[in-house]
Structure formats: C-alpha cells, structure tokens
Design a protein around this ligand. Structure first.
Ligand code: KG4
Ligand code: ZN
Length: 338
C-alpha cells in the first residue's frame, strides 16, 4: 500500500482482443470492478466473425467503461493510467480498445500501458491469494493458444511447449460444432460431459514429441467417427451426446496433463498453474488437482471470472507495469505477436 505521501495507483483497463468488451478498475493492486459485455451475435455464425466483433466493441466500449468506473466509484480525474490489450487478437477488435485507450490517456494526460493478452491470463493468478511462487509452470489454454510457460518473473517467461496446430479451446469448440452445438461450444461440452461416460468412445491420444501439443488429428478422427456412426444410425449424436462429449473431453485433458507432468518432471518445478478460457473446464480443474496430489505439486487455478477473457487480468498486469514505469508511446501499434 502506498504511504500517505505516495499517490494511489488507480488504473482503468480495457480488454477487446476477441468477442468480449471488458473494462476493469484496479486500485493499489486490488480489483474494484470487472465488467464484461459478451457478444451473442456470433452464435448465429458458429464462430467469431471479426468484422461483427469490431462493430460490437465500438457500440459496447463506452457503456462498459462507464459501468466499470461507476461500480468502482472512481472518477476519470482520479485515474493514474489507462491500460489496454495490445494483442494477440483480432486486429479490428484490438484497434477499438487501443484507440479508445489512447484517446482517453491523451485527454487525461496520463500514461498508457499496453498488455500482452496471454501474459495477462497468467498474471490473473496475482489477483487473489495464494499466488504462485516463481519459477512456476503455467498451462495456458484458450481459444487461440495452448502452451506451457515457465514464469521466472511477472514479465519473464519461457515457452517450453506449445500447440503446433489447433488450440485446446478450438478443439473443444470444433468438436461441439460437429455435434451441432452452438458457439462457443467448450462450456457445453463440459456441461454434457458431466452426464456422460468418458470411456464410452476411446479416441486416439495425439502423439507429438517434446512438450508440444497437437489437436488437429484428434479433431479429424472425431469427425470421421461421427460420420461413420451416423451412416449406421442417423440419431447417433442425439442418443450419445453426453458420452461423446465426455470421451472427447477426456482425450483433450489427458493430452494437456501428460505434457504438463513431463514439463514438471523435466524442470523439477512443482508450482503449477492453469490459465485461459479452457481453465474454466470443470474436469480439467478436477484432474489438475488430482494430478497435483499424486505429483506433490502446489496447484493454482483462477476463480471462474478470471479464466475466460476479462479486463481484471489486464488491470493486474498493468499494475505491475505501472510500478516498473513501463509505458507505451501514443503512436504504438495495437498489435503484439503471439
Ligand atoms: O481465454 P478465452 O476466453 O479467449 C481466448 O483468449 O481465446 O478462451 C475461450 C475458449 C473458447 O474456446 C471456449 O470454448 C473455451 O475457452 N472454454 C471452455 C470452457 N469455458 C470456456 N472450454 C472447455 N470447457 C469450459 N468450461
Ligand atoms: Zn484469452
């Protein structure tokens, strides 16, 4: 906490990398508000339509920021800095958030802070206690990324392994689409899987060397299996939905945890965290805790509201960058590579 002579650090953070328009306010490292407007329009198209996403961000951003400030009981003139997601993400979506953040920072004459979206997912672990101790391994699983990061410091990371094709969230969403479920299908697969038998349909485990992941072969074998079964029984999906979800989910989770165990064995690190949208998956959370007990790990799983895209994680990362005085120029490009 700052002393009486130090000013409070109050940051407004904006996240707009994909299809959620989110804003949060953080004061001296404590989240005061965390608001999100999710875009339903993409359900109609079975996936995020970039052009529609940026238009919806444009509509949502002012109301979402206003609610975040109101719920935090903070006035614009109290802000110390404006933070935004610099990438990776959809360029049109990122441009809405970054342009808004730049304009506000300039008009208030306060610093601008750019945050890497995947780093923010990991730093969500510092919002609530207990926090992982450095170095820790973080399995980061979202709709666009799947990686094992070794975190040596808040902004010092090494990627030990990553997917060579689809992300884990994509595997969930594509499997759901094949089952006729709406986008995003990950949470629905999770829901139906809770009523199914995970051993009903043994799908082949992806075989890929080192600490990398691959989900595209699994996706193809899932598709071929369904197509074959539907020829024999047109009601196959409807009659086996729960078992299909449970079996596919089990295969994805087994692949995720196998490489995480390997990473821990190879590095000797037993501080293990989970981050990103797929960390909301109930079975993955349960299996990580179970594996952690067997392997004697300290496991860290974020609260649900900090798993999928949110601005509180951007705010938390920005709080550390503010302390480091790591600011952006107003002419910065709204893009960070993955
Ligand atoms: O981190 P996130 O909100 O956005 C990206 O940065 O991509 O992750 C979204 C992904 C989607 O693929 C979504 O289906 C998946 O996370 N997801 C889940 C669950 N909740 C969200 N996947 C499986 N089970 C869930 N409960
Ligand atoms: Zn994300």
């Amino acid at each position: 906490m700052p002393t009486k002579l130090q000013k409070d650090i109050i940051i407004l953070a904006i996240e707009s990398s994909c299809d959620d328009t989110a804003a949060a306010v953080i004061k001296n490292g404590h989240i005061l508000s965390n608001e999100v407007a999710s875009q339903q329009i993409h359900e109609l198209y079975g996936g995020v339509v970039p052009e529609l996403a940026s238009r919806a961000h444009q509509q949502n951003i002012v109301p979402v920021v206003s609610v975040a400030l109101k719920n935090a009981n903070i006035e614009l003139n109290e802000l110390s800095a404006i933070a935004f997601t610099k990438g990776p993400g959809l360029i049109g979506s990122l441009m809405v958030g970054s342009s808004f953040a730049k304009s506000l920072a300039q008009s208030l004459n306060i610093p601008l802070i750019g945050i890497h979206h995947m780093q923010a997912h990991i730093l969500a672990h510092f919002i609530d206690e207990p926090n992982p101790n450095f170095p820790f391994l973080c399995l980061t699983v979202s709709g666009g990324h799947t990686q094992i990061a070794k975190m040596n410091g808040h902004f010092e990371s090494e990627i030990l392994g990553k997917t060579i094709d689809d992300a884990a969230g994509e595997a969930f969403d594509k499997a759901a689409k094949m089952l006729g479920l709406p986008y995003p299908g990950g949470p629905l697969v999770d829901k139906y899987a809770q009523l199914g038998n995970p051993d009903a349909f043994p799908f082949p485990q992806p075989q890929i060397p080192n600490l990398d992941y691959s989900f595209s072969g699994l996706k193809t074998s899932f598709l071929y299996f369904i197509q074959k079964q539907e020829k024999l029984n047109p009601n196959f999906i409807a009659e086996n939905l729960n078992d299909l979800c449970a079996s596919m989910q089990k295969t994805i989770i087994k692949h995720l945890l196998k490489k995480l165990v390997l990473a821990s064995d190879q590095t000797g690190i037993k501080e293990i965290a989970l981050a990103g949208g797929v960390s909301a998956n109930s079975k993955l959370r349960e299996m990580l805790v179970e594996t952690g007990k067997i392997k004697n790990w300290n496991t860290y799983i974020p609260a649900f509201q900090y798993c999928t895209d949110n601005a509180a994680m951007i705010a938390m990362a920005a709080n550390y960058k503010f302390i480091l005085k790591d600011f952006e120029q107003l002419d910065t490009a709204p893009f960070a590579r993955s």
